[in-house]
Design a binder for this molecule. Structure first.
Ligand SMILES: [Zn+2]
Length: 77
């Protein structure tokens, strides 16, 4: 299970499209997070702080504001 680089919380894998009820009910314990039908480039959702990350963690965004915080690269990589 991956951890959030921001807060260390549990990261859920974002699933796009409409899930069947059975899967939806157990989504959290399976580590999945359903984002609806709109396919986005974000792949992970932090359960704790709500930040979402792309697959390679190069981009992230907060759930509460819609600002793309893609300038987190401070030269160390
Ligand atoms: Zn987090």
């Amino acid at each position: 299970m991956k951890k959030c680089p921001e807060c260390g919380g549990k990261l859920l894998t974002i699933v796009y499209g409409l899930p069947i009820d059975e899967i939806y009910e157990h989504a959290e314990e399976k580590g999945l997070y359903f984002a609806g039908c709109c396919v986005d480039l974000y792949k992970y959702h932090c359960k704790k702080c709500g930040t979402e990350f792309t697959k390679d963690f190069k981009m992230s965004r907060r759930k509460d504001d819609d600002i793309f915080a893609s300038e987190k690269n401070d030269g160390e990589h």
